[in-house]
Design a protein around this ligand. Structure first.
Ligand SMILES: *Cc1c(COP(=O)(O)O)cnc(C)c1O
Length: 376
């Protein structure tokens, strides 16, 4: 039998709402860390709204810190960066609605093309020369032209360039195994990339930039660097290879909106999956799975309040989580840090990823639209 729920106290007043702060100084420091690993051009990848940190914010910080290119998935995302005043070359490599050649030309956006069909459609539609990177599959089988069709792709690109519909300015691959931090695991892709580079050179397109590595290849294997590296996760504090500590670039805070005393034996949240084992205090934060708090988390999950790590208890609801604050009754309005780069009692995005059995990328890209954004 469940006990009668303990009345929640709610005090009037306004608090700082749930907020995701982006820390551009961390992006700056991360670019410096990447620069220490490679002399080559750095492309700052800011897809998925800069991995949830704000594409324009991350792009501006990265370019100011020395990134020479920007990367996005779509031409539309790239156009938004142009509109925000970013002038460096931008590459877009995924075209969910087909390549908008007109928009690409208008915003001076390079497009990666990874299939004969896609290139054929571009050649047919382009009114002026679109800057193209030939995207070759180097072992991922997710995107890029499969090796059996490289010759056909290159032949079509030659005809398109002769007809002034496009200009081939780059050749691109992607590493499937770089997270292993083992150059031997990358060797096949590196060899494939060299082959693609040779084929493109032989075709006589003129000067092109070759690029293969993302963050983990950049940090762990110089053989993958070619002329440029494409770094996204590393900008916001994630090294997928787990070998280099990067600077966390965001902080998620939320105010306590309810606090209550609870006797021993009080079930908490849906289905009462957590029952207090002593007299304690419970505080509610107004963030839940609709805001990106993972629902499937281990009992280790916690937040920082007043310099202490305190556990999230009971089920994560759509809009809220409950924190067991022990002997202390924490006043409503007190700010809790869900994650941040601070260390100590403050959980990191890596902690949340571990608690949820996922990768930190899904934590930062999953923060919902209700959470206010700020730049610090
Ligand atoms: C996302 C992405 C990157 C960046 O990868 P990170 O591991 O986040 O640095 C690079 N290249 C391509 C094609 C991508 O899709």
């Amino acid at each position: 039998m469940n006990r009668v729920p303990v009345a929640l106290q709610r005090r009037p007043g306004t608090f700082r709402p749930p907020t995701l702060q982006t820390l551009p100084v961390a992006v700056t420091a991360n670019v410096a860390r990447i620069r220490a690993r490679t002399p080559n051009t750095i492309m700052a990848v800011v897809k998925a709204d800069g991995y949830g940190h704000g594409a324009v914010t991350v792009a501006k910080a990265a370019v100011a810190a020395g990134a020479g290119w920007l990367g996005t998935t779509s031409v539309a995302e790239a156009s938004a960066l142009r509109a925000a005043g970013l002038a460096v070359p931008i590459l877009a490599w995924l075209h969910p609605g087909g390549i908008d050649a007109e928009a690409a030309a208008a915003a001076r956006v390079d497009v990666a093309v990874g299939s004969v069909d896609e290139l054929g459609a571009l050649v047919a539609r382009a009114a002026s020369a679109v800057r193209v990177h030939l995207y070759m599959d180097t072992g991922m089988s997710r995107g890029g032209c499969s090796r059996g069709q490289w010759d056909e792709l290159i032949g079509l690109a030659q005809r398109g360039q002769q007809a002034r519909r496009l200009r081939v300015v780059g050749v691109m691959g992607h590493l499937p195994l770089a997270d292993r931090a083992d150059p031997a695991a990358n060797a096949a892709a590196v060899a494939g990339m060299r082959e693609a580079q040779r084929a493109v050179r032989t075709a006589g397109f003129g000067s092109t930039v070759a690029h293969l590595a993302a963050t983990s290849g950049t940090l762990t294997d110089p053989a993958t660097h070619f002329g440029m590296v494409r770094v996204g996760a590393g900008l916001v504090g994630i090294d997928p290879s787990g070998t280099v500590e990067m600077h966390g670039a965001s902080r998620l805070t939320a105010p306590i909106v309810h606090t209550t005393a609870a006797p021993a034996g009080t079930p908490v949240g849906y289905a009462g999956t957590y029952v207090t084992d002593r007299a304690t205090h419970l505080s509610v934060l107004p963030v839940g799975y609709a805001d990106g708090i993972p629902r499937e988390i281990s009992p280790q999950a916690g937040v920082e309040i007043g310099g202490r790590r305190l556990p999230v208890v009971g089920r994560v609801s759509m809009d809220q989580i409950v924190i067991d604050t022990g002997a202390e009754s924490v006043p409503v309005g007190t700010s809790a840090t869900v994650f941040g780069p601070d260390g100590g009692a403050t959980p990191t995005i890596h902690d949340w990823a571990r608690w949820a059995g996922t990768i930190p990328h899904t934590i930062v890209t999953g923060i919902g639209p209700r959470v206010k954004r700020s730049i610090t």
